[in-house]
Design a protein around this ligand. Structure first.
Ligand code: PBG
Length: 320
């Protein structure tokens, strides 16, 4: 056959064909919007480091979730900012904790909204670490006990999916057992299975007021240099009963998403985190990039890598 018998440009040149041959789609149903809930009424406090994101009181949270829902993003991931913090992060497990109240309110006004609750203590402890501290170190096994309590409190409030994010060894097994014992055998667990100790969480810590007072999270979150270890983390969490596994952050870890998906054949979520969002917003505000196209490209890349779900602060803007 003389050369241009095959012209791949033919597949691209006609927009009608080009559109109909897209291999990857980002439908709103694949997206999960993270939302921050705080006490009070009529509160909508902008997060400086994350333009377009707010700390919302429950009444405003319901508005926000309702708008997302009506546009097809019917899933939210909730983070709480409690009125009071203490060494054990007790607001995370009392029945009237901020997130438990928010879940009850959301489920009442939007029963078909899929509500996922982040399960961690860093927003609730006065020291800002993800569990109980002993001698300046995170006490893994003591933290498991309060994780179990908090998971049951969230399930009781009506959460569809519990998402433990603390990278505590044994957390999935402990939570699964506690949920089953309390009669919540159908409440799912989405584990932050491969969560890296990442600088990309910087803006979130301002949003959730959860930066550690001293030290960092390198003793529990993964080293960004490691990939094999991520597969071990995921394998363990699946064994312990995770229904969905998460890779976090997303963009600097697309290889991890791909490898997890290929190896385990389980539902995979990817967290397009605060720093990834803030960089896009900053460049867009300077007029340096075309924000809408960048967002689409980013979300496509995460889907192409193999993620079934994308947790993203861009959810709202993507719908526009
Ligand atoms: C809590 C938690 C963090 C994020 C989600 N859950 C912060 C952290 O580990 O410091 C980060 C989310 C983001 O950056 O968007 N452990």
């Amino acid at each position: 056959m003389p050369f241009p018998a095959t012209r791949l440009r033919r597949l691209r040149i006609n927009p009608l064909v080009r559109e109909r041959l897209e291999e990857t789609e980002v439908s709103p149903a694949r997206l999960i919007a993270p939302l921050f809930v705080r006490p009070g009424r009529k509160e909508r406090r902008p997060v400086a480091s994350m333009p377009g994101q707010y700390q919302l009181s429950i009444d405003r949270l319901i508005n926000e979730a309702g708008q997302l829902y009506s546009k097809g993003v019917a899933s939210v991931l909730l983070f709480g900012i409690p009125l009071r913090k203490d060494p054990r992060g007790s607001d995370a497990y009392i029945s009237n904790g901020i997130v438990q109240q928010a879940v009850r309110a959301l489920k009442k006004s939007l029963p078909k909204l899929m509500v996922i609750t982040d399960l961690c203590f860093c927003e609730y402890t006065d020291h800002g670490h993800c569990g109980i501290l002993k001698g300046g170190e995170l006490d893994n096994d003591a933290t498991l006990k309060i994780l179990a309590k908090a998971a049951v409190a969230q399930a009781k409030a009506g959460a569809d999916i519990i998402a433990p994010s603390g990278m505590i060894d044994g957390m999935v097994r402990t939570i699964r057992a506690a949920l089953d014992r309390a009669g919540f055998k159908n409440t799912l667990i989405m584990s932050y299975a491969a969560k890296y100790a990442s600088a990309f969480y910087g803006p979130f810590r301002a949003a959730a007021e959860s930066a550690p007072r001293s030290g960092d999270r390198t003793s529990y979150q993964m080293n960004p240099a490691n990939a094999e270890e991520a597969l071990r983390e995921v394998a363990l969490d699946i064994q312990e009963g995770a229904d969905i596994v998460m890779v976090k952050p997303a963009l600097a870890y697309l290889d991890i998403i791909r490898r997890v998906k290929e190896k385990f054949h389980v539902p995979v979520a990817a967290y397009n985190v605060s720093g990834e969002y803030a960089m896009v917003k900053a460049a867009a505000q300077n007029g340096w990039i075309d924000e809408a196209r960048i967002i689409r490209e980013i979300l496509l890349s995460i889907r192409r890598a193999g993620a079934d779900w994308i947790i993203t602060y861009h959810a709202r803007d993507y719908l526009r």
